[in-house]
Design a protein. Sequence first.
Length: 215
Amino acid sequence: MSTLVDLGPVTQLRAGRLARRLPQLYVGLVLYGVSLAVMLRSDLGLAPWSVMESGLADHLPITLGQAVIGVSFVVLLLWIPLRERVGLATISNALIVGLAADATLAVLGDATGWGSRIAFMAGGVLLCAVATALYIGAQFGRGPRDGLMTGLHRRTGRSIRLVRTSLELTMIALGLALGGALGPGTVLFALTIGPLTQLLLPLLTVDLSPPHPQA
């Protein structure tokens, strides 16, 4: 089974398998932004971080995607005590997820009817888990939010599932304080994204171990 390795930014590029890893990274990041937009169009609640970011967008003259980008760079400051390594995925995530979310919102209309709304809600959560595993598994480092997750996981020894769920619940509380949108999709996301990511990550992590020499 492939495992995540903690590489510096130069080593990430020298580790090989770029023909698979680079497309996997950027497909994952775009899908991450798409998943946030899909959940918003369900009108059944946003992802927990987006609850907080939508609250910011309500108070400032910015879009949801712009709030995502701004929060990303603020979260990077929390990496300093965790000593997380900044990589290609870190900066790419900070920019692409928000841009992809705004681009998707520009072309995707609201879901109509309960069946479509529930499908958008559940599909957005699952798509976000797949996207997270894709871009983290490409081994170019983590994005700001997921780097906070993996950094706390490594420093505390707690499972990714527990750390991710705790972070999501904290963002819900902050989002509510800012007047962000909360709904059943928010609760579903907070309770399932950690277990889903933990399940998918080993399957989508690119193996960077050197090949065994031929006998």
